[in-house]
Write a protein that binds this ligand. Structure first.
Ligand code: MIC
Ligand code: SF4
Length: 646
């Protein structure tokens, strides 16, 4: 008799290459699709090349140009030329600048139920909206998957998230995403997949589900997955891709590791107040806070439905004189539909600043708010500094709350605005994939287009194996929930250096302690001490690669976020978990630490003794990694390990 299965296990079983679906053990999954973009793709493609793969071996691999688009000087354009040429040569599709944000375009044009997607971006989870198992990872993991090898992760637990009821007027999927964060916090989803179920689902369209799947990563979850049902079929049909539809649901009586129920009808408009997406408050409680900027867009809320609703709210009104309203439709398709259906003139007439279909304001690439300014945003992260202005206060809200507040000049509960606007979903969207360039057909290497390398494309750094005794000072002692934005800040000028590790390494921890890079380089070796959930947030592997380049040997933390921990192992930085979290208080900057016995004889999960020779205390750390990761760490990282094999 077949055991009833949930959706996660069904997709995993169909893609399982290594291991068994046993909670916490390492599994290797076959990957159907991959995506990278112009913040993570440069490293991924350099690494793909260094690994010696001749051509991608997935069903489809894509590079999107959407993050690095300001082109203030030559760096961004150099990166784009490199990426476009690497795509052509190595068999990837290249989505040109202006075609849209990777997750929005991928949802529209490529996401398919039952498939696996690995993306070098944490919000790859968006694909879960159509029943795709869509996971974010570091660029090196994606490079390996592009070459046709499995993607490894510890088998997550599966949390059944049951939705009942339906959302009240003016309460939107963004409010549901925020409610989930309120309940789970930024670490409550760690090691889990959120699998949606229940009668409330039928009231949510695929774009609605996309907002929720997108923000699932903010709870620390591996991803979120929705069933594929009639709403999915309707969405795929509107994208002229009905052939990609297949129904997908959990079997009745399928087992889960945990449960959570949310009655949608009890929700109301919510906001994440600074400084973290889980600092959730009712919009009604924040009402009256003056806003300087309202920014609508990002991969969380830039679909046609979001934008057309915003246009309907703005129609016939003017943006408050003290507010700068920024609108970035998520894709060329969304922008075209807004233009064709007359919604764009309503936005323009209201006084909106129309932006390119790209990430833009979301991670500080333009439109930085004024000093100590209040910015209301429809995006997914409000970490300090992410907007490009460290002192700005960022609130995350639904497009409806954002639009109504832009008119009022202050945070405003949209329920006070009148009747909500009903979105009429087009039967067919305008389909024009002409900005997605196909790869060159397979050919002998000498007949393939050359890779274009401008001065911003620096060679990959090479790392060697660590010694058996690793000694070095505590460089920084940090608290809980350190984000990768803290380790490597967002913002256009730093983003421009993503293909140049020596140059970008000068910004590591720059918002926390700008002396870190120099000190770390001088010390040669060293450790960072931190609390829980170290490395939460984005997938940027530069937050591991660049510290390693500077000489960081290990991070001693209470716990780690999944993607960042994998990135640390990939680049040979030891993720050392404190057996006793209270030891953290005994680690001060400047203390000398010694770790002995880091040798080939170690087993995964080994507990090692470290000594703080300054404070004269010994303590235990656990190397909670797989055999594969331990081998990588012993070799000095994944690339070093692969080079040894050849
Ligand atoms: C983000 O939202 O933080 C980013 C920029 O999209 C990152 C990618 C990166 O920084 O390389 C992410 O989420 O992974
Ligand atoms: Fe781009 Fe922002 Fe989405 Fe990251 S979260 S992919 S920066 S829109």
């Amino acid at each position: 008799m077949n055991v009833p299965q949930n959706i996660t296990r069904k997709i995993m079983a169909a893609h399982l290459k290594e291991g068994e679906l046993v909670l916490g053990t390492e599994i290797g999954l076959a990957i159907d699709q991959t995506l990278v973009h112009d913040a993570t793709g440069q490293m991924a493609m350099l690494q793909f090349e260094a690994l010696g793969f001749p051509r991608t071996a997935t069903k489809r691999s894509l590079i999107y140009s959407d993050h690095n688009i300001l082109q203030v000087t030559y760096e961004n354009a150099d990166d784009h030329a490199f990426l476009a040429s690497a795509a052509k040569r190595f068999g990837l599709h290249y989505s040109k600048t202006g075609n849209g944000i990777c997750h929005q375009v991928n949802l529209e044009r490529f996401a398919a139920p039952g498939e696996t997607l690995l993306g070098a971006d944490s919000h790859t989870t968006t694909g879960g909206a159509v029943g795709q198992l869509a996971i974010g990872a570091g660029g090196l993991d994606v490079a390996v998957a592009m070459g046709g090898r499995p993607f490894f992760l510890p088998m997550p637990k599966v949390i059944r998230l049951v939705l009942t009821g339906s959302l009240p007027e003016w309460t939107r999927p963004k409010d549901l995403a925020l409610e989930i964060l309120r309940r789970l916090t930024v670490s409550g989803g760690r090691g889990a997949i959120l699998e949606f179920d229940g009668p409330g689902l039928s009231s949510l369209s695929v774009p609605d589900r996309a907002t929720v799947a997108n923000m699932s990563i903010e709870t620390g979850a591996v991803t979120a997955v929705f069933p594929s049902d009639e709403r999915t079929r309707a969405f795929l049909k509107s994208q002229n891709r009905e052939e990609d539809y297949q129904p997908l649901a959990a079997d009745p009586d399928a087992a889960y590791d945990d449960h959570l129920t949310i009655d949608l009808s009890t929700l109301e408009p919510l906001a994440a107040a600074p400084p973290s997406p889980d600092n959730v408050a009712k919009v009604s409680a924040l009402k009256g806070i003056k806003v300087d900027q309202v920014a609508i867009g990002s991969c969380t809320n830039s679909t046609f439905a979001d934008m057309v609703t915003v246009a309907a709210i703005l129609k016939g009104h003017k943006v408050h004189p003290d507010v700068s309203l920024i609108i970035a439709p998520g894709s060329k398709q969304v922008l075209t539909e807004l233009a064709n259906r007359g919604a764009l003139p309503d936005m323009i007439a209201a006084g909106a600043r129309m932006m390119e279909s790209a990430c833009g304001f979301c991670n500080g690439v333009g439109q930085a708010p004024r000093t100590k300014g209040v910015s209301l945003r429809t995006s997914n992260r409000n970490f300090p500094g992410r907007s490009g202005t460290p002192s700005a206060e960022l609130y995350l809200v639904s497009p409806e709350t954002a639009a109504v507040s832009a008119l009022a000049g202050a945070i405003t509960d949209p329920r006070t605005f009148g009747r909500p606007y009903e979105v009429v979903w087009p039967d067919k969207f305008v389909i024009d994939d002409s900005m997605i360039l196909p790869p060159a057909p397979p050919a002998p290497p000498e007949d393939l287009p050359a890779i274009v390398r401008g001065p911003n494309i620096a060679p990959l750094p090479v790392f060697s194996a660590p010694p058996e005794t690793i000694a070095g000072p505590v460089m920084l002692a940090l608290s809980d929930n350190v984000t990768t934005d803290d380790i490597l800040p967002a913002g256009a000028h730093i983003l421009a250096l993503r293909s140049n590790i020596p140059a970008i390494s000068r910004y590591i921890f720059s918002n926390i302690d700008s002396t870190y890079p120099e000190r770390q380089k001088k010390a040669g070796s060293g450790f960072v001490a931190a609390g829980r959930n170290y490395g939460q947030g984005s997938s940027r592997e530069h937050a591991a690669l660049a510290p390693r380049y500077l000489g960081l040997s290990g991070v001693v933390a209470v716990s780690f976020a999944r993607i960042h921990k994998a990135n640390l192992c990939n680049f040979g930085i030891l993720p050392l978990e404190l057996v006793d979290p209270l030891v953290l208080a005994k680690l001060s900057p400047g203390d000398d630490l010694v770790l002995k016995g880091f040798s080939a004889g170690l087993r995964p999960g080994a507990v090692l003794t470290m000594e703080n020779s300054t404070a004269k205390v010994k303590f235990e750390v656990k190397l909670d990694v797989s055999r594969r990761q331990l081998d990588m760490l012993l070799a000095g990282g994944l690339l070093a390990m692969e080079a040894k094999k050849r």
